[in-house]
Design a protein around this ligand. Structure first.
Ligand SMILES: NC(=O)c1ccc[n+]([C@@H]2O[C@H](COP(=O)([O-])OP(=O)(O)OC[C@H]3O[C@@H](n4cnc5c(N)ncnc54)[C@H](OP(=O)(O)O)[C@@H]3O)[C@@H](O)[C@H]2O)c1
Length: 200
């Protein structure tokens, strides 16, 4: 049986990924800063396989995706015991969006290393963060190729599991290495941020 996936966040990127996952047969639970009732209309548009719950309930599922604003990270520590949990980090460290797109100061850390400090012991895979939802929502099959999703992380087991999920929804995973090395390339402002690559 496929693992359950909880998403912390129910905005543009969360809904987009939830739709792909549901199509591939995953049971997905979206959450926001409020309650399940507030997401009733949202999940109705995403079809069978997508449910709504509180963030605390979503955080207890097998795999948890972070799709919340950078400024909301402080809500994470109290949601669950994160030790050993496979966490997919789709966040970017934007403090503001259009028109100035101000980035948070990370010091010498990568954004996922900062995220790690909020979810002690979690096994983080950074992915789904490099492309706008407007690109991710499209069919990943383009011409004779498939769209690439970069990922990085420090644990082979969860990285392999993330790669299987990425393949199952039609994308091609490219492993960039550790959070420190790959994370820096794919985070906002990195050399691979915004690169829409098709593997032929
Ligand atoms: N948009 C994109 O194309 C894109 C692509 C890749 C990565 N990202 C990254 O993904 C993250 C989300 O971006 P987005 O554009 O999807 O944002 P968004 O549309 O503004 O949605 C943010 C979601 O996070 C929820 N949220 C806020 N605080 C929360 C909390 N404490 N607990 C649970 N949920 C909370 C919000 O719920 P409420 O409505 O209750 O506040 C909302 O559902 C950001 O870090 C962004 O940089 C975005």
């Amino acid at each position: 049986m496929k693992k359950t996936i909880g998403i912390i966040g129910a905005g543009m990127i969360a809904k987009t990924i939830a739709a792909h996952l549901a199509k591939a047969g995953y049971s997905v639970t979206l959450s926001n800063s409020r309650d399940a009732e507030s997401l009733k209309d949202v999940v109705a548009t995403l079809g069978e396989g997508v449910k709504a719950a509180t963030a605390i309930e979503a955080a207890k599922l097998d795999i948890v995706m972070l799709a919340l604003p950078w400024k909301s990270l402080a809500a994470l520590p109290s949601m669950t015991d994160w030790k050993g949990k496979h966490v997919i980090d789709a966040t970017n460290h934007f403090l503001t969006y259009q028109p100035d797109f101000k980035l948070a100061d990370l010091g010498d850390k990568t954004s996922s290393e900062i995220v790690q400090s909020y979810i002690d012991g979690a096994k983080i895979v950074k992915t789904f963060n490099t492309l706008s939802y407007k690109i991710v929502e499209k069919d990943p099959h383009e011409g004779n190729g498939r769209r690439v999703l970069f990922l990085s992380g420090d644990y082979a087991d969860v990285k392999n599991e993330s790669m299987e999920i990425i393949k199952s929804i039609g994308f091609v995973p490219i492993d960039l290495g550790s959070l420190a090395t790959g994370g820096r390339l794919q985070q906002a402002g990195g050399n691979l941020a915004g690169i829409n690559l098709i593997q032929i």
